[in-house]
Design a protein around this ligand. Structure first.
Ligand code: ZN
Length: 66
């Protein structure tokens, strides 16, 4: 384990869970590439997304790279 649980800001906005209003998250990276998405021409899907997972309720938010 050892994930770092902390508060985050996205572009200056406090990251808040839309479900429980929690502000503590841990993060992970997810690769988005699937054959289906690539087939559809969605090249952005071949990148890694940042996932912020609410430490309270487990809700996971996805942020796509720009
Ligand atoms: Zn939550």
């Amino acid at each position: 384990m050892g994930e770092k649980v902390q508060e985050y800001k996205i572009k200056g906005h406090q990251l808040t869970c839309p479900v429980c209003q929690g502000t503590l998250f841990w993060t992970r990276k997810s690769m988005l590439n699937t054959r289906g998405l690539t087939f559809l021409g969605m090249d952005w899907a071949n990148k890694a997304a940042d996932n912020y997972v609410c430490d309270n309720c487990g809700y996971m938010m996805w942020f796509l790279p720009k």
